[in-house]
Design a protein around this ligand. Structure first.
Ligand code: PLP
Length: 386
């Protein structure tokens, strides 16, 4: 379906709610019936009928139709957060004694989930460099049940060949799950490459205004029904009707926001790439990225998020530089209207006088919706502190 039709019309039935143009926030926990038979029919069909908002809610229902169509999926479920989407969809496809292959450096809480939580239940994870499909193949075990991808991941922007990995997984009867938050459904549709489940942190571009936390699980209708009837209803990590409404509103401008944020990133990356204080930029759609060709092949573009390495490793100066910015706010997350800086030195541990995970001279930057020339001026001014 054409994009503006999905965003402006799909799922909306104005005559059902006083012909209001904006759909209502159906802020209710439960739904009532005229007859015992109606109630019984609704309960046996909870996947399609609003019975109780933990299962189905009309405002969330509108959103589900739009998100599934955007990701070219048969269906989807909306969750309370991106990590609820990850944990719910992964657990739904595992049993005791299974083995997972996960790409190196996934989202930090994904890492924690695999390394600490699933491990307690006898599920082991092998982390590998996913830039070569051969590495995944070499890590296969007889009990490998799931391959977890993040392409690109959100600090180092490594990618996997989605067609190659999904072929390998299918040959071995393995479920593939990808975190597609970076690309959004507008810049990459992994289901088209044969990936089984696509999850998003909708807290980023999909809701898009830094005002709500949410997640999405996309897949074929059988997979989504299976997850709904088991882990989704049992874990209960659902989105509230109000946050669903915020996301419907956010989606109205998704294409405009994403394209502007991405255009800003391209301009800022070009500026930083040739700046004397910058050692290196990591951005999938920059020719200096080692997987530039793969990025162009499987993604339409890169979004507003990228990393840079400074030439200086002087922590005091990097602090001054980061704090002097006027447009780039010091904050985690990304995908909102506002530009952000996340310096790796925020993970600096004063007790051991070194960074726990990331190099001290690394910064993650996000370009929001501001004027790119203002963002470039802001960075140019701040880099003088180095
Ligand atoms: C933010 C983020 C998540 C987690 O999403 P929440 O909505 O914060 O739970 C997962 N993956 C990536 C790549 C993210 O950036």
């Amino acid at each position: 379906m054409e994009l503006s039709k999905i965003i402006n019309q799909l799922g909306e039935e104005h005559e059902k709610y006083f012909n209001a143009v904006a759909p209502p926030i159906v802020q209710t926990s439960n739904f009532c019936y005229k007859s015992v038979d109606d109630m019984r029919n609704a309960i046996v069909n909870e996947f399609d009928e609003p019975v109780y908002t933990r299962g189905n809610n009309p405002t969330v229902g509108i959103l589900r139709k739009k998100l599934a169509a955007l990701e070219k999926a048969g269906d989807c479920l909306v969750t309370a957060s991106g990590v609820a989407a990850i944990t719910t969809s992964v657990i739904a496809n595992l049993k005791e004694g299974d083995h997972i292959i996960c790409v190196n450096k996934p989202y930090s809480w994904t890492n924690h989930f695999f390394s600490n939580i699933l491990k307690k239940f006898g599920i082991e994870t092998t982390f590998i460099d996913g830039t070569l499909t051969a590495n995944l193949k070499a890590a296969l075990k007889p009990n490998t049940a799931l391959i977890y991808l993040e392409s690109p991941n959100s600090w180092t922007f490594e990618m996997q060949d989605l067609a190659g990995v999904s072929q390998l997984a299918k040959e071995n009867g393995i479920i593939t799950v990808i975190d597609n938050s970076y690309s959004t459904p507008l810049y990459q549709n992994p289901l088209e490459y044969g990936i089984d489940i696509v999850i998003h942190s909708a807290s980023k571009y999909l809701t898009g205004h830094s005002d709500a936390v949410a997640g999405v699980i996309c897949g074929n209708p059988d997979m989504i029904r299976k997850i709904f009837a088991n882990e989704f209803m049992t874990f209960g990590g659902i989105i509230s009707p109000f946050n669903a409404w915020l996301m419907i509103r956010g989606l109205r401008t998704l294409e405009l926001r994403l394209n502007k944020s991405s255009k800003n990133a391209h301009e800022v990356v070009d500026f930083l790439y040739s700046h004397p204080k910058i050692e290196k930029v990591i951005y999938p759609h920059h020719p200096s990225h080692p997987q530039y060709e793969l990025a162009k092949r499987q993604m339409k573009d890169s979004c507003g998020l990228f990393s840079v390495f400074l030439k200086s490793t002087d922590i005091r100066k990097i602090k001054l530089m980061s704090e002097s910015l006027e447009y780039f706010k010091l904050a985690v997350s990304w995908g909102g209207y506002e530009s952000l800086i996340f310096p790796a030195i925020t993970t600096y541990d004063p007790a051991i006088e070194k960074n726990s995970k990331l190099p001290v001279n690394m910064l993650r930057l996000y370009t929001g919706l501001e004027d790119s020339s203002e963002l470039i001026k802001d960075l140019d001014k701040s880099l003088k502190y180095l």
